[in-house]
Design a protein around this ligand. Structure first.
Ligand SMILES: C[S@@+](CC[C@H](N)C(=O)[O-])C[C@H]1O[C@@H](n2cnc3c(N)ncnc32)[C@H](O)[C@@H]1O
Length: 236
């Protein structure tokens, strides 16, 4: 196939379907990063820029880190992690793909961002928020992160596991911490047909069941025939 005919989105769906047919819902991410061999144009979401919808939201809300901790979920090549770093957050970022993490480390070697290869469902205990009363009166047993950022990691994972993915993301938000979710959006009564599967408000309501309160909900138009984007901020 000539390079000019190559469609990275179609190839991505092909790899995802191959792995899904073998019952592997996560393996295709590493396969795609590896196959791209350092060419980000072969990875549909990797434009080496912070997510433009998140950046618009952050600018509108005057987001500043002031040394607070942030965790970037499914960070890919780390451009959102870098954006938060530049806003003054102390950033940890993780992804299930070792190739993505190695690439992110190379791209952002001039920062102190902590990049880790990690499965969302098997995080270090220290990343998880302890909810409920402190273990000792006056004790500082706060864990989790002041800000958790999730950009496009829920939507490419199977709909059947969506509640578990949302529970896992929510688990990182410290007491009084914030979560920002950036996702393709859909109406509740529309069935998503092809990867990536957009989120509806009903899907997002699961964050509420995890003790998170919605602070603001922004809908932004997608490019051309793309679905709209939802940018939603929560507080624990
Ligand atoms: C659609 S990409 C988005 C990447 C990045 N957030 C961005 O917007 O450029 C989804 C990312 O989530 C990662 N991912 C998928 N499943 C994961 C899991 N279970 N744990 C951690 N990362 C995961 C993938 O490797 C991939 O980098």
């Amino acid at each position: 196939m000539e390079q000019s005919e190559f469609d990275p989105r179609a190839r991505t769906r092909e790899i995802q379907a191959d792995f899904a047919a073998r019952g592997d819902v996560f393996g295709w991410f590493e396969a795609l990063y590896k196959e791209s061999n350092g060419n980000n144009e072969l990875i549909p979401w990797a434009d080496l820029e912070p997510n433009k919808y998140f950046r618009a939201w952050a600018e509108a809300h005057g987001l500043k880190g002031n040394g607070r901790s942030a965790l970037v979920v499914g960070c890919g090549l780390g451009d959102d992690a870098r954006y938060l770093h530049d806003l003054g957050f102390k950033v940890t970022a993780f992804d299930i793909s070792p190739s993505a993490i190695a690439w992110a480390k190379r791209l952002h070697a001039d920062t102190d961002i902590v990049f880790e290869t990690c499965n969302l469902f098997e995080p270090p205990a220290a990343w998880l928020a302890k909810t409920g009363p402190p273990a000792t009166a006056g004790g500082t047993d706060k864990t989790g992160f002041d800000l958790v950022l999730e950009v496009y990691t829920i939507q490419p994972l199977p709909l059947a596991m969506r509640p578990q993915v949302i529970d896992a993301v929510a688990g990182f938000v410290a007491e009084n911490g914030r979560l920002v979710v950036v996702t393709r959006g859909r109406e509740d009564d529309v069935d998503p047909d092809e990867l990536p599967w957009p989120l509806s408000r009903r899907d997002l309501s699961r964050f509420g069941e995890n003790g998170l309160t919605e602070l603001n909900f922004t809908e932004m138009p997608g490019d051309e025939d793309e679905p709209p984007r939802f940018v939603v901020e929560y507080r624990r």
